[in-house]
Design a protein around this ligand. Structure first.
Ligand code: PBG
Ligand code: ZN
Length: 327
């Protein structure tokens, strides 16, 4: 069969037809909204490189949550800006810090909201690396002990899901056994399984104050040139008990999202990262692109590639646009 019997355009003739045969659909339940939380009261500090994104104190987190709930967004992921930093990231497992207090406050008011916490050291260490340093090297196994402590402290505060983003080897197993030891066997682990050493994280590091003071993250995050290695990370995380595997960044790595989807039976998440967000915002503010349709097209492409869940700074606006209906 070929032309003229085959006429794909017949299925595209009217809006109703196009909607009927549409293969995938973006839903608000796919979205996870990131929040940057700080200590203090009535703080709402804008992030220059991420228009529309703020560092929020707990009282303002709760205000924001009202809107997030009204929009139907089911989950948030918390990133903390601590009051103090040291070489070993002590503030990361301080129950009085912003992440723990926010988790507690959100779950108290909205127990049905899924609270995810980013588990890492870079925001909490004075050197800005994601692990413990010895002789100028980021050491793996001593970092695991601290990361496990952080995860336990987040779940103690009410987090439903912990999301380790440090890229140390064996972190899922370390977190799993620490959580189970504390009778938190119900707590989920969403692992940043395939996290590349990406320049697209630039604006986030401004937002979270987490840029490394020396060197870079290439001894622990993955080389953007590698895709087979992604599957190695996936099989290891699955063996260690990850409940959800994540690929990050999303848009320049859609091939990886697809490969991971085809090699796992767990849900797959993708992180539409800060640099991806900022570029869209910058172009939209100059009127060079139509923000709504660009964002919805990008999110759709991430889902089409295989993501079941999408972490995105666009979540609030996207949820509103989805409510309005997409043509
Ligand atoms: C912390 C962390 C980072 C991001 C999420 N968790 C930054 C990094 O690894 O340097 C990036 C998120 C984004 O860019 O939106 N390890
Ligand atoms: Zn980190």
């Amino acid at each position: 069969m070929g032309f003229p019997q085959e006429r794909p355009r017949r299925l595209r003739r009217t809006g109703t037809l196009r909607r009927m045969v549409q293969e995938i659909r973006l839903a608000v339940t796919d979205l996870i909204y990131p929040l940057f939380v700080v200590n203090g009261r009535n703080v709402k500090k804008p992030i220059d490189s991420m228009p529309g994104v703020y560092q929020l104190s707990v009282d303002n987190v709760l205000k924001e949550m009202k809107e997030i709930r009204a929009l139907g967004i089911p989950a948030v992921i918390l990133f903390g800006i601590p009051a103090y930093k040291d070489a070993v990231g002590t503030s990361a497992y301080d129950p009085g810090e912003a992440v723990q207090r926010s988790a507690r406050a959100i779950k108290e008011k909205w127990p049905e909201v899924i609270v995810i916490t980013d588990v890492c050291l870079c925001e909490y260490t004075d050197h800005g690396h994601c692990g413990i340093i010895r002789d100028g090297e980021i050491v793996n196994d001593s970092s695991l002990e601290v990361l496990a402590k952080i995860a336990v402290s987040h779940v103690s505060a009410g987090a439903d899901i912990v999301a380790p983003s440090d890229m140390m080897d064996g972190r899922v197993a370390a977190l799993r056994s620490a959580l189970d030891r504390e009778n938190f066997e119900h707590a989920l682990i969403m692992s940043y399984t395939v996290k590349y050493a990406s320049t697209f994280y630039g604006p986030f590091r401004e937002a979270a104050g987490s840029a490394p003071r020396f060197g870079d993250r290439r001894s622990y995050q993955m080389n953007p040139a590698n895709s087979r290695e992604a599957l190695r990370e996936v099989s290891q995380d699955l063996m260690e008990g990850a409940d959800i595997v994540m690929v990050k960044p999303a848009l320049s790595y859609l091939d990886i999202v697809r490969a991971v989807k085809e090699n796992t039976c767990t849900p797959v998440a993708a992180f539409n990262v800060s640099g991806e967000y900022s570029m869209v915002k910058a172009a939209a503010s100059r009127g060079w692109i139509d923000e709504k349709s660009v964002v919805l097209e990008q999110l759709l492409s991430i889902k089409r590639a295989g993501a079941d869940l999408i972490i995105t700074y666009h979540a609030r606006e996207a949820a509103r646009w989805l409510m309005e209906g997409v043509d």
